[in-house]
Design a protein around this ligand. Structure first.
Ligand SMILES: *Cc1c(COP(=O)(O)O)cnc(C)c1O
Length: 356
């Protein structure tokens, strides 16, 4: 049975977008395709407030988490870790034999500029990784403030951001903040099917990549740049997903409008957070709560798996707590094309099932 997804990826995909994806196939070495990629890229630059390059990879986000660390460092990478996905980025860095260290905060606490400053002051690093929105804990790291510190005090340090569950749901001003890489798969806030990753890359990061031996091939900015001005990609792109992306970006930028788009997410987040405070609790530090998903602390000791079974009968799905937080928390996504009415509906279903 069809279930409306309130899970933090994949998210609910509207029928209009599914239909856009089913449009007739284009050959990727034609003017028609180039025009499609040009339009989608220009709209992504608007969404990310950037004039720099934005690439499209046929891959899930994890592919580009690997691709980006391979092209970032001639010295050592600092991996900031405060949840499952930031830990994954460290594991990826290690698996590629790239020199790296971690600086850690407990799950549910933020990576702060102070923490980053202390770690970078040793002078060993020329790149750092940070997850914007930790999907495992429901926390948003203060990436803008971290970037301000790094740009001011450590100009050679590249800032690599996993924006997977935040990009297109919360404002990321790529150029103004001074970021170097920001990547996201489209199955989260973009509300598209999985299989496509968007990645903004600074000119600074593209220049650094040229100096790195064994920087890889598939995700290489240098390879992508051979076709960039032609609005094509060296390997076959995910044409159908890019058609869906192009349609979705029109709805975000033109039909809804960017400011309304951000406002909708803020309203949904405030609503679900208040609901969680009233009936349960919040797992993460109140100062850094995510705008795109709420990690509800299971203070009532409910059976989360059973709640999800009952929700399924009503045509919806939420997510259990991630990894060690299974049954200790549950996660409600308020990203993508979900609305305040959807947020009110799902929380009302939970109240009804649990007789709250
Ligand atoms: C979902 C997620 C990933 C992994 O994305 P894939 O598309 O499954 O590779 C990485 N980071 C964060 C923060 C995520 O939410």
């Amino acid at each position: 049975m069809y279930k409306k997804l309130f899970t933090p990826g994949p998210t609910h995909v509207r029928e209009k977008i599914l239909n856009a994806q089913a449009a007739p196939m284009l050959h990727h070495r034609t003017k028609e395709y180039s025009e499609l990629q040009r339009q989608a890229t220009t709209k992504l630059q608007q969404l990310l407030y950037t004039k720099q390059h934005v690439y499209l990879y046929a891959s899930s986000s994890t592919g580009m988490m690997e691709g980006s660390v391979r092209q970032a460092s001639k010295k050592k990478i600092l991996n900031t870790v405060n949840g499952a996905f930031s830990k994954r980025w460290h594991e990826i860095t290690v698996a590629n034999n790239i020199p790296c260290d971690t600086v850690e905060a407990p799950w549910g606490e933020a990576i702060t500029p102070e923490l980053v400053d202390e770690a970078l002051s040793s002078g060993e690093y020329d790149a750092l990784t940070v997850v914007f929105n930790e999907t495992s804990t429901g926390l948003m790291n203060p990436v803008k403030e971290i970037a301000a510190l790094v740009r001011e005090k450590y100009p050679e340090v590249l800032i690599l951001v996993d924006g997977v569950s935040g990009m297109a749901g919360a404002k990321i001003e790529f150029d103004a903040w001074g970021l170097d890489v920001c990547l996201a798969g489209t199955q989260k806030c973009f509300a598209l099917p999985p299989g496509l990753t968007v990645c903004a890359v600074s000119d600074r990061a593209r220049e650094r990549a040229l100096e790195i031996p064994n920087a890889g091939y598939y995700f290489s900015y240098q390879q992508m740049d051979k076709k960039y001005d032609k609005h094509q990609t060296p390997a076959t792109p995910a044409v159908s997903l890019i058609q869906a992306l192009n349609a979705q970006l029109d709805d975000i930028l033109v039909v809804e409008g960017l400011e309304n788009h951000w406002k909708r997410h803020e309203e949904m987040a405030a609503y679900v957070q208040n609901w969680a405070r009233k009936y349960f609790g919040l797992f993460s530090d109140e100062k850094y709560l995510s705008l795109t998903l709420t990690n509800v602390k299971n203070t009532r000791g409910i059976d989360v798996a059973e709640l999800n079974n009952r929700l399924a009968l009503r045509g919806a799905a939420i997510s259990n707590g991630y990894g060690p937080l299974k049954e200790k928390c549950f996660r409600i996504a308020h990203m993508g094309d979900l609305t305040l009415d959807d947020a009110k509906w799902i929380t009302a279903q939970i109240e009804d099932i649990l007789e709250l």
